[in-house]
Design a protein around this ligand. Structure first.
Ligand code: AMP
Ligand code: TRP
Length: 340
């Protein structure tokens, strides 16, 4: 374990590989904003375009999606003067440190990652080398800033554990206490938002059914319609969390309500316990629209001024490099590279 005390610093990232959805908002964006506003740590947030290309992205789509994601961050409340907001490829130190970590991480560790197994599927031979190395780049994203805390959704926990393993092995092999052992921050009711069509499956941008997710670009009518059609069971809502066991669809809608209204599941159930879904769904739809539509509107306003977005990203990159560059130089020196 690390003896050094590291300054608290928060890092997290989202892939610009498609539309932002409610899972990204509740599991990531909203929590990034809350952390920024709490003001107890420096915050660095990143669009991970190098991760996105581990699976095919058309160049024009990638550019549009990266700028759209930047607009989404800002519309959700990330203030580029309070947080450092960056696009990964504009800070080359991420990729440079990732190479070092490719030489620290072991093939066996990578092969055990569930995201790799899911995404590579049965035909691993045809997957990109980048997809296999994905978690080493993710470790570099985090450790190039000596980040101490990483807010993520439940699905990323295994990758943060791998980041800790890489830091530990590096510190051990080179007999230094250089990289922090980063903590994942997975808290709140909605760290795992499920599909509206199947409460046992994660809400995901890759789900072929658009009705399974609420996109941050959906208009009010679409949001209301998707919630009205969301899968449920015939029972009324319970008054306590225990009553949601074995009711994945009901639990998902209650979790979403809790996440959007900043309440715990028990607080929500104290209010809505005993209600039928016919009454609860319109309440949920109204809450979702009131929380999401200001973000949607602001996103599209920001997208009208691409040069402003590009300017913000250039500024973010400059601030980020001021932190990342000395850490990379020190890493090179530790590893034994001449000139560092
Ligand atoms: P991705 O879109 O896969 O790049 O994910 C970006 C962030 O959103 C990560 O912190 C994920 O853990 C989080 N996230 C993605 N999908 C969900 C979901 N269904 N529920 C909660 N968090 C999610
Ligand atoms: N792998 C993350 C995801 O798909 C995105 C990501 C890349 C990330 N680098 C990161 C998240 C560093 C947290 C910290 O959601």
């Amino acid at each position: 374990m690390s003896e050094t005390t590291f300054t608290p610093r928060v890092f997290s990232g989202i892939q610009p590989s498609g539309n932002l959805h409610l899972g990204n908002y509740l599991g990531a964006l909203k929590r990034f904003v809350d952390t920024q506003n709490a003001g107890s740590a420096e915050t660095v947030y990143c669009m991970v375009d190098l991760h996105a290309i581990t699976v095919w992205q058309s160049p024009a789509d990638l550019k549009r999606q990266t700028r759209e994601l930047c607009a989404g961050f800002i519309a959700a409340g990330i203030d580029p003067t309070k947080s450092i907001l960056i696009n990964q490829s504009q800070v080359p130190e991420h990729a440079q440190l990732a190479w070092i970590f490719n030489c620290v991480a072991r093939m066996g560790w990578m092969g055990r990652m569930t995201q790799w197994k899911d995404k590579a599927g049965k035909n691993a031979e045809a997957a990109s080398l980048g997809l296999f190395a994905y978690p080493a780049l993710m470790a570099a994203d985090i450790l190039i800033y000596h980040a101490t805390h990483v807010p993520v959704g439940e699905d990323q926990k295994q990758h943060i554990e791998l980041t800790r393993d890489i830091a530990t092995k590096f510190n051990h092999d080179y007999e230094v206490d250089f990289f922090p052992i980063t903590e994942p921050v997975i808290e709140g009711a909605a760290t795992r938002v499920m599909s509206l069509r199947d409460g046992t499956k994660k809400m995901s941008k890759s789900d072929p059914s658009d009705a399974s997710r609420i996109n941050l670009t959906d208009d009010a009518d679409t949001i209301a319609k998707k919630i009205r059609k969301a899968k449920t069971d015939p029972e009324a809502l319970p008054s306590e969390a225990a009553g949601l066991e074995n009711r994945p669809d009901a639990r998902n809608l209650v979790n979403i309500y809790a996440g959007l209204s900043d309440q715990s599941v028990d607080q929500v159930l104290a209010e809505v316990g005993g209600m039928q879904f016919g009454t609860f769904k319109p309440m949920l739809a109204e809450l979702a629209v009131s929380r999401l539509s200001p973000i949607t509107t602001e996103m599209s306003r920001l997208m009208d001024d691409q040069s402003e977005i590009d300017r913000i990203l250039a500024q973010g990159a400059e601030r980020a490099r001021a932190i990342a560059s000395p850490i990379l130089q020190k890493t090179y020196d530790i590893v034994g590279m001449v000139g560092a």
